[in-house]
Design a protein. Structure first.
Length: 127
């Protein structure tokens, strides 16, 4: 059974990973927005497509990154690149010595996942 996607929660997780406060995202989205409205948005399971596009643009991530975000996959993915990320058996989520932008890696991961999914769908259609 597939886990339901909670787009608002994914917005929150991505926003937090980027170190962006709710107030800052509200400013980016325009005069009609404030911290309380962002909080309500992050509580929504489904976000209207137009608004989701605006939020993705404000966060500078593809819409697909919000729709398909998987926190455990992102942590696992980054852990494979982060030298010294396992310290005495404990996960260290710091990126102090990072030579890449972690968000770029998330975007690359989702683009690759989407491409793989599309290839799989195409293969199934051929059968």
């Amino acid at each position: 059974m597939e886990k339901p996607i909670h787009e608002g929660r994914n917005v929150k997780r991505i926003r937090e990973m980027l170190g962006i406060k709710q107030e800052a995202l509200a400013l980016e989205l325009g005069d009609d927005w404030n911290q309380k409205k962002i909080s309500l948005l992050e509580g929504k399971e489904t976000i209207e497509p137009q608004l989701l596009n605006e939020v993705a643009k404000a966060l500078k991530v593809p819409v697909e990154a919000i729709k398909n975000f998987d926190e455990q996959a992102a942590i696992t993915y980054f852990n494979t690149f982060q030298e010294g990320s396992i310290n005495n058996g404990h996960f260290s989520p710091t990126f102090d010595n990072c030579t890449f932008n972690p968000i770029d890696k998330i975007v690359e991961l989702y683009e690759r996942m989407l491409k793989d999914r599309d290839a799989m769908i195409e293969e199934l259609r051929k059968k």
